[in-house]
Design a protein around this ligand. Structure first.
Ligand code: ADP
Ligand code: MG
Length: 411
């Protein structure tokens, strides 16, 4: 689905295009039409699935037509309650960017900073307020916030709100808002207590549940590093020294890459071994045996060589090269985190591989967490319209020469 297929107005679509979002995520696709139809909704979807825009976009759309009708100071029409200051700031940034082409005014109030500047902004009149529970109640008690004209009430990250002990505050806030309103609840999970809360504050809600793809086990942490291709070996060594321990599988796309990395790791005194299609069966068997009994703690492999081999109890997987087939990513990371154990997958993405990440994220229906704090950072890519997968002339000619020589398997 495209954003243009959703009943959002032109100025919002323009702002979305500028945010370089190509298409709505599944949770956005399902939630936006319901919110626009003024339904109450309860949404359960994993972190990173784009829940913020799922409420921010339709709220801006709903308030858009009213923005100039009001006489005198603006009154708060939408209230978003979220548990932490960081989330409040993030949500504010989202609203600001999507409402660039409107006259809607949005602000955020949260604790840990002085009250006065927040009071001043509120006094000027606000359409959309984002707030953490404690500060909201403080400001309300002091008479700086009028919640009597709220039309849309959003409870964001409800499960976190529960974990942080805000449930009673949330109930209190809800009672300060009018009875007749639209209520939206967003959460990564809906534990029993949230279900109870939802039942007590939301009537006739439509439930939307986005289940994580079964293919990706929940207990696998996934981390993504953007870096120049030439620094991949350096980052690998850096992480092996500082971060990644235990039994590790490193996936590479080519046999040549596998051999090269094995040499480097052996030189650096790591107990590494490898498997790929050019090695004899007996050598491959020995490598797997060594890895199983921990004579070797690092196994470097191509995808095809690793297929079907039962290697469990792996602590970490490194995607040294990103796979061009998204399902391969899921197979690779599934090597860790088996049998209820937690595992972690590290992915190294150089600029020429950005397209693979996009396809993987589309398959997973979520975004992989990007680690920016590492020694070889490059900017996180913006989603480009044209994909960077065109082979350069130089590469093309090399490729055709190679294929003339001999059609040799590269895996
Ligand atoms: P959640 O609240 O579900 O954890 P967020 O709303 O914080 O997720 O979104 C996670 C990330 O995904 C943010 O960086 C956001 O900008 C990005 N994002 C959201 N929707 C889209 C989309 N349709 N296309 C691309 N990126 C998106
Ligand atoms: Mg969120």
């Amino acid at each position: 689905m495209q954003f243009t297929e959703l009943p959002l107005n032109k100025s919002i679509l323009k702002a979305i295009a500028e945010a370089r979002f190509q298409r709505p995520t599944l949770v956005q696709e399902k939630t936006i039409p319901l919110v626009l139809a003024k339904k109450n909704v309860i949404v359960a979807a994993q972190t990173g699935t784009g829940k913020t825009a799922a409420f921010a976009l339709p709220i801006i759309n709903l308030l858009f037509d009213k923005q100039d009708a009001e006489k005198g100071a603006k009154t708060i029409k939408a209230l978003v309650v979220t548990p932490t200051r960081e989330l409040a700031i993030q949500i504010l940034e989202n609203f600001k960017s999507y409402s660039t082409y409107s006259n809607l005014r949005t602000t955020a109030v949260f604790g840990g900073v002085s009250l006065e500047p927040q009071k001043e902004i509120l006094a000027k009149g606000i359409d959309i307020l984002i707030a953490t529970p404690g500060r909201l109640i403080d400001l309300q008690i002091q008479g700086n916030i009028d919640l009597s004209a709220i039309e849309i009430f959003v409870l964001d990250e409800a499960d976190l709100m529960l974990d942080m002990g805000f449930i009673n505050d949330v109930k209190k806030i809800e009672q300060l808002t009018p009875k007749k309103k639209q209520t939206l609840l967003f959460s990564a999970t809906i534990p029993e207590k949230i279900d109870k809360l939802a039942k007590s504050v939301i009537k006739n809600a439509v439930k939307i549940e986005i289940n994580p793809k079964e293919t990706t086990a929940k207990n696998i942490g996934q981390l993504l590093y953007y870096l120049p291709k030439k620094n991949k070996t350096d980052l690998c060594l850096h992480l092996l020294r500082n971060t990644i321990h235990g039994k590790i599988i490193i996936f590479r796309r080519t046999k040549f890459g596998v051999d090269k990395l094995e040499q480097t790791l052996l030189k650096n005194d790591y107990k590494a071994t490898s498997i790929h299609g050019d090695k004899s069966q007996s050598i491959r068997n020995k490598a797997i045996e060594d890895f199983k009994n921990k004579t070797a703690t690092i196994l470097i492999a191509t995808d095809v060589a690793a297929r079907g081999i039962d290697i469990t109890n792996v602590d970490a997987v490194i995607n040294f090269d990103m796979p061009n087939v998204p399902e391969t990513y899921v197979h690779r990371i599934g090597r860790t985190g088996r049998a209820g154990k937690s595992g972690i997958a590290f992915s190294f993405c150089s600029p020429d591989e950005n397209i693979y990440i996009k396809n993987i994220e589309a398959l997973l229906e979520k975004f992989i967490k990007v680690i920016e704090d590492h020694p070889y950072p490059i900017n996180k890519p913006k989603h480009k319209k044209k994909q960077p997968n065109t082979i350069s002339k130089h590469k093309k000619s090399r490729k055709s020469e190679a294929s003339k020589k001999k059609k040799k398997r590269w895996y």
